[in-house]
Design a protein around this ligand. Structure first.
Ligand SMILES: CC(C)(COP(=O)(O)OP(=O)(O)OC[C@H]1O[C@@H](n2cnc3c(N)ncnc32)[C@H](O)[C@@H]1OP(=O)(O)O)[C@@H](O)C(=O)NCCC(=O)NCCS
Length: 187
């Protein structure tokens, strides 16, 4: 299996010419999980988990996957497409899972899915999902290449393809904003 696609032959990275070159890693190698018990400090006056607190947990579990994959320092470049699907209550057990969807060059997209587990009634409910982009950096804060990702299942391939579409949308949005800024500077 080649990095970046099922049975697809991609250009093999030349380990001698890429600084910080590391071998390709599978999605499973960096998948991460975190469990949090929601306490009163995490909630609003109604006893519901604060959105900002949930975003903090999402950022942490996503950073774990990015760090495990890149084996370098990482910073969050963007967090997007957060869907808060259902409220989370004080006393709930929150389970967060993250995996690297796609590696670009110096950045990687990580997907996070969040569930609430209620052991009393034996129920697991999907409450949120998010996509984040992390950039690998060296100790001086300079961005560095991220090792390739090995895609080993059709599900991983679907996430890989979707991540490419989201990156293209981000690029278009970025270009549109820049054009608007240039336009607004004209008198
Ligand atoms: C993220 C950061 C390192 C990018 O620095 P930069 O000089 O713009 O980096 P570059 O232009 O060389 O781009 C490096 C990569 O980051 C990606 N990137 C930069 N800004 C991005 C953004 N807002 N969203 C998604 N990706 C972004 C680029 O697409 C590029 O990816 P690629 O190499 O895979 O194609 C810099 O903006 C930064 O330090 N931001 C603050 C991060 C931070 O403090 N986060 C919160 C705390 S962890």
């Amino acid at each position: 299996m080649q990095p970046g696609g099922i049975g697809r032959t991609l250009r093999k990275p030349n380990m001698e010419t890429i600084p910080n070159a590391q071998p390709a890693r599978s999605v499973a190698e960096s998948q991460s999980e975190m469990t949090e018990l929601i306490l009163p400090n995490d909630t609003n006056v109604l006893g519901n988990l604060l959105g900002g607190r949930l975003m903090h947990f999402i950022d942490l579990v996503a950073a774990m996957a990015a760090y495990r994959h890149s084996r370098s320092h990482v910073v969050t470049a963007s967090m997007e497409h957060i869907d808060f699907i259902a409220p989370v209550h004080v006393g709930d057990l929150l389970v967060l899972k993250s995996s690297v969807n796609r590696v670009f060059h110096r950045s990687m997209e990580v997907g996070v899915k969040v569930w609430v587990e209620n052991a009393h009634v034996n129920l697991t409910r999907h409450v949120a999902s998010a996509y984040l982009t992390f950039v690998a950096i060296d100790k001086d804060g300079h961005s560095i290449p991220v090792p390739p990702l090995l895609i080993r299942s059709s599900e991983e391939q679907r996430r890989y393809d979707d991540a490419g579409r989201r990156r293209e949308q981000r690029r278009q949005e970025h270009d549109r904003k820049r054009q608007n800024q240039n336009g607004s500077q004209k008198i």
